[in-house]
Write a protein that binds this ligand. Structure first.
Ligand code: GLN
Ligand code: ZN
Length: 766
């Protein structure tokens, strides 16, 4: 019985790679400095796995930016605009593709399946020339070998690579990307030959697209690709690794009948049905099963006894010597090393395992199956599991009861949205095309300093409150001068829209170094939800009330919604996600009602991450959307008709879930739009009725560019062509926290002028 790790975080336990990259990009250090940090990180990871006893240790899972971009480099598929002259791709071309340069923008980035990791989308077309242009996979294999570690080189499989790419600029949208298979396989063959020559005995192809709903063409491409590679791969053990969901039965059949493949990796954490499938459909004899029992997407210590029994049940199907204990996916989606957590108490720490600890877990499972169970280790694990199950910190009966009572019944406001909007308008008396912003104003260095010093107790509470108060009053004044209709307080007291709430809710814990790569050098540090969630005290009322007292205009209360808090946290795995979400919804509901009682008439509940939690497989969409939308409605089902509920979302391609969005029943939704307005508006053009207020963003806040009044007016007119005048709001795409004041003032000035211009036009047209 052996052990395997699908992939490992690259950033380093203290984000060493991040700092090395950023310093290199800023011109503060050399390419050699960067390479040195990277080499040391790789060496320490390999050594750590080797010391733990892992048999199949991955290489080429390191990346300077992204593994899909690495594959693009390997294939020499550099888009023309980077003027690459051929030859081995170096940092210049590589980072230009990733980040753009002075003259050319970066390649597009998009989410890696349902994770918070973003990859660089390959741009391909009939004229793309492929040539072997990055020897990274072979170099890393050799590098590990020189250190005495024989690794399994990992490549993104050819079919997933093509399925994750998009037609290049100028190529027709319907271009069949899979037709490029025969053009990229020759490069794969060269890489395979070199790996063999270097001494590799195993190779791993990551083909995660196999867990999606694939039609027969796409499945046929898998068969074609691995049949074509059969001869080049002969003599090698070939592992096809899948992750993030169950594998559909049809795909399982295709996959397990491939001759060139000798081993299959499945995610048995998210793919519980795959386990049944293996048992019922059978497993090809003589092949290896890499059983992904240790969760790569979360931070919980594995329930080793449970995993061991899963593995034992598989032993009967696959045979002892062909079963390999593994992780459910690459560990890059979890935090790096628990050793660096000094803030967490011992009890919570005993419940957790980050990447470094998961490596040890996987190996302990493999040894236990081989009859060398480390009894003390298993006993300590069982004790931690038991303490987590019974800890009073985890269970709050009152919360459990309240959340359980929600199930099965619906929660929505009593009056329909158009009557509510009438009632609200009587009170708010807003002009047509009301203007507003999404919540945050620029986060200055000074603000960050104030928050940091308050946290470190270097300044008193009084000093802190007065600094924040001053900032709020500045933001209020600016908005009044700009003549914005519905104001915000600017969120100066918040470092992060989830952490701010998590810190005030019970059931949450925070790490010091629990970073997970989001894209490039950017990492996020999700809070850990370990227990039943409740809200001991009001969280935002103090600041919102203060802000409202500074103006006679409506001041929006600003909250993060339950689904977004859930999707951007490490969530407990001892109860279904929807149960945790309902608990958060109840906590936010209390906050909404306290804000209302404090005289706040407009409350925005951000659901920036609702769309990204959509499951990978279509069959699971309805269930998710049902509880997610229900959770949102729970938060505001109890307010009066005259209280206006806003929500905000950060994506525009919601065409496929528009009915769920309508079903959220918010009074007003503000939504990202300006980067892809045609896409968003097309849904209304196609006749979907939307009766609530809607504010498709009129300019992109991700760019420092100042949009002109004409340009914004033009956008508004385009929206008016498909949406009723009386439901349209005017606002930017998203919060302004990453912008500078000079940019924000100029852009908002033009935004308000554009709204006024069109109001005048509308009035004279009457
Ligand atoms: N209210 C938040 C802000 O304005 C929303 C951020 C977001 O949508 N990601 O910053
Ligand atoms: Zn947003």
């Amino acid at each position: 019985m052996a052990s395997h790790i699908v992939g490992y975080p690259r950033m380093g336990p203290k984000r060493e790679l991040k700092f090395a990259l950023e310093s290199f990009w800023d011109g503060k250090s050399s390419a050699e400095d960067l390479e040195k940090v990277a080499t040391d990180l790789r060496a320490s990871i390999w050594k750590q796995m080797a010391d733990a006893g892992i048999k199949y240790i991955p290489s080429n899972t390191f990346s300077y930016y992204d593994q899909v971009l690495d594959t693009t480099a390997m294939l020499g598929a550099v888009p023309e605009r980077y003027s690459w002259a051929g030859g081995e791709i170096g940092f210049d071309t590589y980072f230009s593709m990733a980040r753009g340069n002075a003259t050319v923008p970066a390649m597009e980035m998009t989410k890696w399946f349902d994770t918070n990791y973003h990859f660089i989308v390959p741009e391909l077309g009939p004229n793309t020339k492929f040539s072997y242009s990055s020897h990274k996979a072979v170099n890393e294999y050799k590098e590990a070998k020189a250190l005495g570690v024989d690794t399994v080189p990992v490549l993104i499989g050819p079919v997933s690579y093509l399925l994750l790419s998009k037609p290049a600029k100028g190529v027709e949208k319907g271009f069949p990307l899979l037709s490029l298979l025969s053009s990229i396989l020759p490069v794969y063959k060269e890489v395979i030959a070199e790996l063999k020559a270097a001494g590799a005995s195993w190779i791993q192809f990551d083909e995660p697209t196999l867990v999606l709903d694939l039609d027969s063409d796409k499945l046929a491409a898998f068969s074609a690709a691995y049949t074509e590679l059969e001869a080049p791969l002969s003599g090698l053990n070939v592992l096809i690794e899948t992750y993030f969901a169950d594998i559909p039965a049809e795909s399982y059949k295709t996959l397990t009948s491939l001759n060139s493949v000798t081993a299959y990796g499945f995610d048995l954490v998210r793919g519980t049905q795959t386990l049944e499938l293996i048992k019922s459909a059978g497993f090809p004899s003589g092949k290896y099963l890499f059983a992904g029992v240790v969760d790569g997407r979360n931070i919980w210590a594995d329930d080793l006894a449970a995993s061991l029994s899963t593995l034992q049940s598989l032993e009967a199907v696959v045979g002892k010597d062909k079963l390999v204990a593994s992780t459910s996916c690459s560990l890059m989606h979890t935090a790096v090393d628990l050793v660096n957590e000094t803030k967490l108490d011992d009890e919570i720490k005993s419940w957790l395992a980050f990447a470094a600890q998961k490596v040890v877990e996987v190996n302990a499972l493999a040894k236990a199956l081989a009859g060398q169970k480390d009894e003390a280790y298993f006993a300590a694990n069982a004790a931690a599991q038991a303490s987590r199950r019974s800890s009073p910190r985890v269970t709050n009966e009152e919360v459990q009861k309240a959340a359980a009572a929600l199930k099965g019944s619906d929660h929505r406001r009593a009056t329909n949205v158009s009557s509510r909007l009438d009632a609200q308008q009587k009170k708010l008396n807003l002009p047509v095309l009301p203007t507003t912003t999404i919540g945050s104003f620029p986060q200055t260095v000074e603000l960050r300093r104030v928050r940091r010093e308050y946290k470190a107790k270097k300044i008193t509470e009084e000093e802190y409150v007065s600094a924040i108060k001053e900032e709020i009053s500045k933001v209020v004044k600016i908005q009044e001068e700009l003549d914005i209709d519905v104001l915000v307080h600017g969120e100066p007291e918040r470092n992060d829209m989830v952490e701010y709430f998590g810190e005030q809710l019970s059931g949450f814990a925070f790490t010091a170094n629990g970073w997970v790569q989001s894209y490039g050098s950017r990492c996020v540090k999700p809070p850990i939800i370990y227990g039943d969630v409740s809200r001991p005290n009001p969280m935002t009322v103090f600041w919102s009330k203060m802000a409202q007292s500074m103006t006679s205009r409506p001041m929006k209360g600003m909250l993060t919604g339950p689904v977004t808090i859930l999707n951007w946290s490490f969530v407990r795995n001892d109860q279904p996600r929807f149960e945790t979400c309902y608990q958060i919804a109840l906590a936010i509901k209390k906050e909404v009602e306290d804000l209302e009682a404090a005289g706040i008439q407009v409350i925005q509940i951000d659901e920036a991450a609702l769309r990204e939690g959509l499951p990978l497989r279509k069959a699971e969409h309805a269930f998710y959307l049902d509880w997610a939308v229900h959770s949102f409605r729970i938060t505001n089902c109890g307010v009066q008709d005259t209280t206006q509920i806003h929500t905000h979302m950060c994506y525009s391609n919601f065409n496929d879930i528009i009915h769920s969005i309508i079903n959220m029943d918010a009074d007003v939704i503000t939504i990202e739009n300006s980067r892809s307005d045609e896409k968003l508006l097309s849904v209304f053009r196609e006749g979907v009725k939307y009766g609530a207020g809607i504010g498709p963003g009129v300019y992109d806040i991700h760019s420092p560019r100042i949009p002109s009044t004409e340009e914004i007016a033009d956008r508004i007119n385009k929206m008016l062509a498909v949406l009723d005048t009386n439901i349209l709001w005017v606002n930017p795409d998203c919060g302004l926290k990453t912008r500078k004041y000079a940019e924000v003032k100029a852009a908002l000035t033009n935004m308000v002028s554009a709204a006024k211009l069109i109001r005048t036009e509308l009035a004279s047209a009457k």
